[in-house]
Design a protein around this ligand. Structure first.
Ligand code: PLP
Length: 485
């Protein structure tokens, strides 16, 4: 059997080519006459020499070792790995979007500027904010910019003692990391027994040193905090501002707006909620939105409209300045805009309805085999605290996740949020059929049965992947990125 796993260097044959170029019909210049010899390498470049067909098979086989939403169910909690409609790719590849240059004269890119202007307006409408900045490269970058905006506000009022960012103990890791990056200190508030913000702890945590509260709602436990207006009021009374981590916006589209909940600054993850393929590092986009009183601090440029003309605006007086080169990840904005327009406001509302329904279906169907965390309905993701019958503690959440790979599924998020033991966090998104959800439920139930009857197979899973159980800490801290043949 042919081994398609060989490296492209291993199948190289000297002199083999995958190109044919016309004969040179200009005078050949010697490179050593053009470039000083001390800058030239002495030995030949070690490039693989293969045929076109070998290259195609090499990359095709590599791509099939990956796992993607286009291939199968990807229920990674908190990441919103929804299907990315192909019309987004079509529009983002249109010549007038894909092949423009950021330094082109504004008169020649009016369509691109209009798209940004209208996306700003649409995202404001969706979130209940007054002004967006579209420049940030990802959610975490939006958080950082948002907290800098809040700091700039306090500083402009000479309110210089405010250095504490309050985060709940269920927060996504980027929230405390953002606070630290922005030079603030972190004060954690405990969650109550339902995983929601404990109001008494919050009252004790706020004061004259409160810069901001960072919160996501629905939270990382998958629950909507009904006390949200009281929570934001407590922070405002203490003189702090409220920051909304919008990574879970998929659950509330068309139903609730963070602006109405009392938040002053938000970010959205366009690559999650508004469908750009993500994972593996990008591209992302993390617009932030603010209430009117903070708009003067936003990064520049923003896009403004004078009469019928759109322009980049650099005049914002108290602006943080540039936070990203040019206008950020523009083609991700094109995808998000396409997604919003193709669904319309009713369609966006349907997204949230279906995402929540799907999560509740899974929560209900798995409750006999896994420890359900939410007492009542959940939002767009459901959370379990490991197996009900874990064979006397022998079978852990990690084993369940590894075994799912053998059954053809990407594992859910595991061991997050940190406040839940053996956490298993499933976010099906709106874009799956009931048949797929049923297949997944069946696989999860088979695993629960294996945990009781045949725990060894779970301990050794996955049995079907090229790499089985790497030491994950070592793999993250000391990655081996180079072939060691
Ligand atoms: C994904 C996520 C983030 C960070 O967003 P990135 O785009 O990955 O930087 C922040 N908070 C929550 C709750 C998230 O799920």
């Amino acid at each position: 059997m042919i081994n398609y796993d060989k490296l492209i260097f291993e199948i190289s044959e000297a002199g083999r080519k995958s190109y044919s170029l016309p004969a040179l019909d200009v005078e050949e210049k010697q490179v050593d006459k053009l470039i000083d010899s001390k800058f030239l390498r002495e030995d030949e470049l070690d490039f693989p020499e293969v045929s076109e067909n070998q290259i195609i098979r090499h990359y095709t086989n590599l791509s099939m070792k990956n796992y993607s939403v286009d291939q199968g169910f990807y229920p990674l909690g908190s990441c919103t790995m929804k299907y990315n409609p192909k019309i987004n790719e079509l529009t983002s590849r249109l010549d007038g979007f894909a092949n423009i240059h950021p330094l082109q004269d504004e008169s020649t890119v009016q369509g691109a500027l209009r798209l940004m202007y209208e996306l700003d307006k649409d995202l404001c409408e969706i979130t209940g904010m007054n002004k967006m900045s579209l420049n940030q490269a990802a959610g975490a970058h939006g958080e950082y910019t948002g907290i800098l905006t809040i700091k700039a506000y306090h500083e402009a009022r000479n309110d210089n003692k405010r250095n504490i960012i309050i985060v709940p103990d269920s927060a996504h890791g980027t929230n405390p990391a953002t606070a630290a990056m922005a030079g603030c200190e972190i004060r954690e508030v405990k969650s109550d027994e339902n995983g929601l913000v404990d109001l008494d702890s919050l009252r004790k945590a706020v004061g004259e040193d409160t810069c901001a509260l960072m919160l996501t709602n629905p939270n990382t436990v998958g629950l909507f905090d009904r006390n949200i207006k009281e929570i934001t009021a407590i922070v405002h009374e203490a003189g702090g501002l409220c920051y909304y981590d919008g990574a879970n916006a998929n659950a509330i589209l068309g139903h609730a707006k963070p602006g109405d909940m009392g938040f002053d600054v938000i970010h959205l993850n366009l690559h999650k909620t508004f469908s750009t393929p993500h994972g593996g590092g990008g591209p992302g986009s993390g617009p932030i939105g603010v209430k009117e009183f903070l708009a003067e601090f936003l990064p520049k440029p923003t896009v403004e409209k004078d009469g019928d003309t759109y322009r980049l605006d650099f005049d914002r007086e108290h602006s943080l300045g540039r936070i990203k080169d040019f206008q950020g990840h523009f083609l991700t904005l094109v995808r998000a805009y396409t997604y919003i327009l193709s669904l319309g406001s009713n369609g966006l509302r349907d997204v949230a309805d279906m995402a929540v329904l799907n999560a509740n279906y899974i929560q209900k169907m798995l409750e006999d085999d896994y420890n359900r965390v939410a007492k009542g309905v959940c939002m767009h993701e459901c959370l379990f605290a490991g197996l009900k019958d874990d064979n006397d503690g022998e079978i852990r959440t990690l084993d369940v996740a590894k075994r799912l790979m053998d059954k053809g599924f990407h594992p859910p998020t595991v061991y997050f949020p940190l406040i839940v033991q053996e956490a298993l966090m499933i976010e099906p998104t709106e874009s799956e059929t009931k048949e797929t959800l049923d297949e997944f439920i069946k696989a999860m139930k088979e695993i629960a049965e294996e945990a009781r009857e045949n725990p060894e197979v779970l301990k050794n899973a996955p049995l079907s992947t090229p790499v089985r159980r790497p030491d994950e800490t070592l793999a993250a801290r000391k990655p081996v990125l180079k072939y060691q043949g």
